[in-house]
Design a protein around this ligand. Structure first.
Ligand code: LLP
Length: 386
């Protein structure tokens, strides 16, 4: 929701750009911290959702750790003062350079996705005369009921180690003298809006705990990954995700052993709602069946609609006060038919030069930006900079 004064200031900036509402970001982070403290969970923010340095510096102040998936993300987290002791490093394809970089920075833990990866980390750590803490990412075969491109915890997905591979993986891990096995890691998918899949995950983890106990292997940490969804349809009604309800599921259904620590890795839920992609209308075209709005922002700034058919609320910030409502297909300028933010969207009658906000763009917007068509990188502003 933008105030009239804010809209006036937004109009002075060249478009497209990302606008981040700092008070809402702070409110969200406070809610996460409160829920984490209450439920005794350690939070690692998933940088992949948004690695903007201004955002990271704010998140870091809340005492959260970082979840990274590349050497550059590890370096960025360190640069933005996330303590190394709270950085975890996942990813199904870590390169040797990524691993060496993370070992040099003494990160908390590698979340490992295959036996071969564990062997490589062991060899590189041996060469550096170090020991690497690892967790094993297990594919729990739990359906997250989300878009199939962001489902990660099913056997058909490339992620994690299947439970039937565990005996062999644990045998290999036991032989790696530069590896310290610390616990288990999971991530069932993203934009998860029902709590049922997390309850199922808890049941799977409880079974696995018993399996490890029967082999006298101690687990220090259980990392349940990220995935908590946000309300893309009603960002103003539900600006802050229900972190308390989410963590309560684990408190209730996960049978943690004494001394065991619960870790989680939210990305989207911390940053999605505070961000909007602000764009100007370049042209309004009349087709035979639809009216087309052509914006100066497109899939190069926010690829989610093109990639996952996702819906983001679209608002005409200049339009309120105009009585006539018209149905539009809202498109970007990129040479792809999938470069469309929404079809048959009712907006006040729209004209060239109007300012448009595409809401809930704080997660997986800027971080997934492309330079296709040689488009320049969009700038970003925190609300206090506007
Ligand atoms: N941990 C791991 C191991 C992950 O793979 C992910 C996301 C997260 C944590 C954070 O998940 P979140 O809380 O943000 O759902 N580009 C897609 C989302 C891809 C998510 C990939 N992994 C989108 O725009 O919907």
């Amino acid at each position: 929701m933008f105030s009239a004064a804010q809209i006036k200031r937004l109009k002075t900036k060249p478009t497209p750009f990302f606008f981040y509402d700092t008070p809402l970001l702070l409110k969200t982070l406070q809610a996460m911290r409160k829920a984490a403290e209450k439920n005794n969970a350690e939070v690692h923010y998933a940088l992949k959702a948004n690695a903007n340095k201004k955002i990271l510096k704010i998140i870091q102040r809340f005492g959260f750790g970082a979840d990274c998936v590349s050497g550059n993300e590890v370096s960025r987290a360190v640069e933005c003062r996330f303590p190394s002791s709270k950085i975890v490093f996942a990813g199904v394809g870590k390169t040797d350079d990524d691993i060496i970089n993370a070992l040099k920075k003494n990160i908390a833990c590698f979340n490992c996705e295959s036996a071969d990866e564990i062997k490589v980390i062991n060899a590189l750590a041996a060469r550096m005369n170090k020991k690497a803490n690892i967790s094993i990412r297990i594919n729990p075969n739990v359906n997250a009921h989300t878009h199939h491109y962001i489902t990660t915890g099913l056997e058909e997905n490339k992620f994690g180690i299947n439970t039937w591979e565990l005996p062999e993986v644990m045998q290999i891990t036991g032989k790696c003298r530069h590896i310290v096995f610390t616990g288990l890691h999971f991530h069932i998918g993203s934009q998860v809006t029902e709590m049922g899949p997390y309850k199922t995950l808890c049941v799977r983890i409880n079974e696995l705990q018993r399996w490890f106990e029967s082999r006298r292997i101690r687990l220090q940490s259980i990392n349940v990954g990220g995935g908590l969804g946000v309300d893309y349809g009603k960002p103003d009604k539900n600006p802050v995700a229900d972190f308390e309800g989410y963590l309560r599921i684990f408190k209730k259904f996960l049978e943690l052993r004494p001394g065991q620590k619960l870790h989680c890795e939210p990305g989207r839920a911390l940053v999605a709602q505070c961000g909007s992609l602000i764009s100007r209308v370049l042209f309004v075209k009349k087709g035979r069946q639809s009216n087309f709005i052509i914006l100066d922002a497109g899939m190069t700034e926010l690829i989610r609609p093109a990639l996952y058919q996702s819906h983001h609320k679209i608002e005409n910030l200049t339009g309120p006060g105009r009585n006539k409502v018209v149905s539009y297909d809202v498109n970007g300028p990129v040479c792809e038919s999938s470069d469309c933010f929404g079809k048959a969207i009712d907006l006040p009658e729209t004209k060239r030069g109007d300012l448009i906000a595409i809401r809930s763009a704080g997660a997986y917007g800027e971080s997934m930006a492309l330079d296709y068509n040689l488009r320049p990188r969009a700038k970003s502003y925190m609300s206090e900079e506007i």
